[in-house]
Design a protein around this ligand. Sequence first.
Ligand SMILES: O=C(O)CCC(=O)C(=O)O
Length: 255
Amino acid sequence: MSLTTEDKATFKRDGVLIRRGLATPDHVRQAISVIAKSYREGMAPEDIPAYSRRTFTPELGDSAELLSLYTQTGAAGLAADLLGATAPILTAQVQIRVPEAEFPGVQQVKAMHVDGVSCPHLDPQELRTFSLLVGVVLSDINEPRCGALHYLPGGHITMARWFSEEWSLGVTDQVPPEIDSEDGTAFLGRPGDVLLMHHLVPHTVGQNLKPFPRVMAYFRVSHPDHAGRRLEALRDPWLDYPPLADLPFAPDVKE
Ligand SMILES: O=C(O)CCC(=O)C(=O)O
């Protein structure tokens, strides 16, 4: 399975591609069974804020059940189609939006941000960037207020311009004001759906008003040269994407 030129042009325009049902029910079941056990048995409510910044179920980050969501589903091949080459993925991140009714006020709405830049909990001089975020849906996300990820299609272009022209290392703003005020598009999906998102696409996540947890597994994929050129990759959105550099953008969709 590989991406067509049209898929790549769409990714170039939106910074996002969605592949429905890429992970099979078996992949999802295996991942959910290990996560659910850890969630039920190991999660202390006071740890939820820290898990929300890093990962839930940290002990499972390198488990076969989670890594196979990337390596065995075709997601790794799609990432390689976009980036040309990829550094190996060694850990999965699990992000759960816990039901607000069960844990009131414990999880805050995350402000619009791109990962690894000016994170409120990190030194603003530090960059923990990567090239492509791959997200695998592990629970039903059927409406925006159930803890859906919200992203800004095309925001990677605005962010690259901002990083080039206005931002410098040490600035604590995560995004420019015109992006901060956006709600973004809710990523709705069913277990097994996969999101491929450019590292510069701004995103946010809200509270989960449903009575069951919203569960996603994420993989942060880097071009093998990314670590040596993090600043440049913030300013040139195609540096880590050689197969896309010379492609045209897909035409805008007229409503
Ligand atoms: O919970 C999510 O889906 C994403 C959270 C997020 O924005 C992040 O971890 O950077």
